[in-house]
Design a protein around this ligand. Sequence first.
Ligand code: SF4
Length: 297
Amino acid sequence: MKHVYLAPSRRLGISLGVSPIPFKTCSYSCVYCQLGRTTRKSVERKSYFSREKILAEVEDALNKLSIAPDHITFVGEGEPTLSKDLGWLIEKTKDSGIPVAVITNGSLIFREDVASELTNADVVIPSLDAASERVFKRINRPHPSLRLYEIIEGIEKFSREFSGKLYIEVMLVKDYNDSSDEIMRIRETIERIDPDGVYLMTPIRPPCEDVRPSERIEEAGIAFKAFNVIKPEHGEFHPELYSSAEEALRSILQRHPLREEQAMRVLRHFNAEKKILEHIAEKIEFDSRVYYRLKLD
Ligand code: SF4
């Protein structure tokens, strides 16, 4: 399974994640990104893989699974709207009858082609980590062609026209976007966008760079009228989708670090030895928990 994996999601329940773009291909290079710095920063939409192969993987995964996921979620090892095939894939996967969600950094929604493709999804979750250009550049390190005001206008327009559910996701990072002024600016921007809800996060899994969870999360949560989602996920990563422990661990770790107990559950499923995990992942501590993170080249 190259493009598809099943994971419990803090936002969408059991979610069949589909990544239509290559690893670390994104229009941003966020300081908190769990994939490390973006290696291919781009705003050019392309067909990166065979869309038929991606669709076949989704169908195969749905056949193999013992449970029906709550959502099929386009998410990326980067930014999913950079895939030119996103609209086609949303349309085709909707035939399964399972609601389709897209988790996006929102940077390209101002483009008509992207907005029009996203209107077919049931749920769209764009990020909004900043409401001032200076903070935007510092926390998201965007492609030089991107302007925050244009991105915000695009999300506002999309919100007015979209008939599905639109949630805004804010990642609050200590000393980056958690000043009182920025929190107030983000709140005003959210009010203008008028989404169906706000997910407020702070780094709870270890990012690659030295960033810390914000201590002002409660204050921001009240300001944004956010759902409370800052807690580790519960649930399984469904290793039955894979043929070996190494394949399962690589596939999951490529998207995000695993807590130690989650990694151990995958090993137990395959009756595999811990050295497989130690070969591909490094052990790290973050916020008093032990995690395994894929070793980066
Ligand atoms: S938008 Fe997402 S994938 Fe892109 S750099 Fe930021 S966190 Fe990483």
